[in-house]
Design a protein around this ligand. Structure first.
Ligand code: ADP
Length: 503
């Protein structure tokens, strides 16, 4: 049995490598593909079947420090920050075209290590690459200002200059897009970067950097280090005076830890943290639109996105009808290994995530919530599969209501009035995304303004786009990614006062 498992694992690893020459086994520092200085590696698994699909360096702060130095040297000495915006833009465009050309390979690697269905992975490559394209364009529009002066002999000039070395720490749920959303903006601004991808999904990140190498970025401009010991490396980024900014997407807990640890150096931080998105369906809603939105918002990536709907609020009149419609659709979802054609729901990413989803559902069950559909692990498919689940009458003290489940669970509460639902939706220390469905124009504007979130979807659940500012309020984070605002995280504003001018 043991022999068989390890044989199958080797086969899987071999198969992935034969699918794509982009699968890397080393990290990339200062233009070189390198092992960890300690020679350690860690394995990467396919969550659908537990097979090993790769091994990557398990780096320490020593390696991270080397990457920081390379990025610093590249920022100061290479032409990167001094290049013209047009030159930086051209390199970003080259990267964009290479990603486009290799999209299918990137999607296969991503699906294998994250478990997401291949169609979704392909969608993420397009979405992630849109940030490279967008910021290639924005690179040429990072404009300063000349502000009218209060005195006749002065000019007030405002410059935007690159921050310096930026450390980018990313999660596993969007192995590519969370990198390009940060890297595109940082590189466009003229910063040099060190990417620290999630330990569950380093292969997509390494493949992306392989393509950046082919695009021809100067040595040290883009560095990537892999590790499954994130904390000491996070600490190094926080404490190093050479790292001028940290951009992090991940859990609120780690975000707070980074905030605390980098406070001494008053470091620039951009934090995209957890959400607890309300999904409100008012009586006037178009239910077909709302049900379609619920499916994409809740079941995309098996519910593992920080803007997934977490608390469904259904108004009395449409409550039962919405549930019936949703139940019919949920029960037809195809579950399985991401690489199988037609699969819509893959496995959860790892055992920790699986146990969490299971525990949240059991907690709701014990608190007398009603399980309408699913509510159990799908052990016949593998160790990390959980059934798409609908639960109603979820009490406000249930974990499903107060915390982010990050799984394929629709958790429903009934409400009577608009005022009641706004209070309930806002009664959370998170404020990333919120969605509501209404055909009443007065209500649309009222509710959009009252929801305490950074992003609102009105009659729409797929709200992310390179052109739009992504980010949250409250404990969901600080800063914005995408849009022209995304550049702001990577530039310093410098005021130059030109005095004693004689006109
Ligand atoms: P998740 O719950 O989504 O796994 P985490 O916040 O644990 O979210 O992880 C997001 C990213 O942050 C990953 O790349 C992970 O390795 C990294 N990470 C976790 N802990 C730390 C830390 N103390 N310092 C820096 N990075 C960390």
């Amino acid at each position: 049995m043991l022999y068989c498992k390890s044989f199958c694992q080797k086969l899987n690893l071999h198969r992935l490598r034969s699918i794509s020459s982009l699968v890397q086994t080393k990290a990339f520092i200062d233009g070189n593909w390198v092992k960890a200085q300690n020679n350690e590696e860690f394995e990467v698994f396919n969550p659908a079947n537990g097979a090993v699909i790769g091994s990557v360096p398990n780096m320490d702060p020593k390696d991270a420090n080397q990457a920081v130095h390379a990025a610093k040297k590249a920022f100061e000495l290479s032409e990167w920050s001094k290049m013209t915006a047009k030159e930086r833009s051209s390199l970003l465009k080259k990267w964009y075209y290479l990603i486009e050309k290799n999209a299918d390979e990137l999607a296969s690697i991503m699906s294998a290590e994250s478990g997401k269905p291949i169609n979704e992975a392909r969608g993420e490559v397009t979405y992630g690459n849109a940030f490279v394209e967008w910021f290639a364009e924005e690179a040429r529009r990072i404009c300063g200002e000349v502000v009218p002066s209060p005195t006749k002999d002065r000019e007030i000039i405002v410059l935007k200059q690159p921050l310096g070395v930026a450390a980018l720490i990313t999660p596993w749920n969007f192995p590519m897009a969370m990198i390009t959303r940060k890297a595109g903006a940082a590189l466009a601004a003229g910063c040099t970067i060190i990417i620290k991808p999630a330990e569950d999904t380093p292969l997509t990140a390494l493949a992306l950097v392989k393509l950046a190498e082919q695009a021809g970025f100067p040595n040290g401009v883009i560095n990537i280090i892999t590790t499954n010991k994130a904390a000491p490396i996070g600490e190094l980024f926080c404490k190093s005076p050479d790292v001028k900014g940290i951009s992090f997407t991940g859990s609120t807990e780690v975000g707070k830890w980074l905030f605390r640890n980098s406070s001494d150096g008053i470091k620039r931080l951009s934090l995209e943290l957890g959400g607890n998105a309300p999904f409100i369906v008012f009586n006037s809603a178009n239910l077909e639109i709302a049900v379609n939105a619920a499916l994409s918002c809740k079941f995309r990536n098996c519910g593992q996105t920080c803007i997934s709907a977490n608390r469904f609020f259904l108004q009395e009149e449409i409550h039962d009808k919405f549930i019936n419609l949703l139940k019919q659709r949920v029960e037809t979802l195809k579950i399985g290994e991401g690489s199988e054609p037609g699969v819509q729901i893959g496995p959860l990413i790892n055992t920790m995530q699986f146990n969490k989803v299971n525990a949240f559902v059991e907690d709701a069950r014990l608190k007398n919530a009603n399980i309408i559909s699913g509510g159990k692990p799908l052990t016949n498919l593998g160790n990390l599969f959980y059934s798409p689940t609908i639960i109603t009458d979820v009490p406000v003290n249930a974990k499903l209501y107060t915390e982010e489940v990050f799984g394929p669970v629709v958790s429903i509460v009934k409400f009577k009035t608009e005022e009641e639902v706004i209070n309930a939706a806002n009664n959370s220390n998170r404020g990333l995304a919120g969605y509501f469905f209404s055909e009443n124009i007065q209500q649309v504007f009222r509710v959009a303004k009252l929801l305490e979130v950074g992003m609102v979807g009105v009659n729409e659940a797929l709200i992310s786009a390179a052109e739009a500012p992504f980010g949250g309020v409250k404990e969901s984070g600080i800063g914005r990614e995408g849009c022209h605002h995304g550049i702001d995280e990577y530039v310093e504003i410098k005021y130059v006062c030109m005095g004693n001018l004689k006109y």
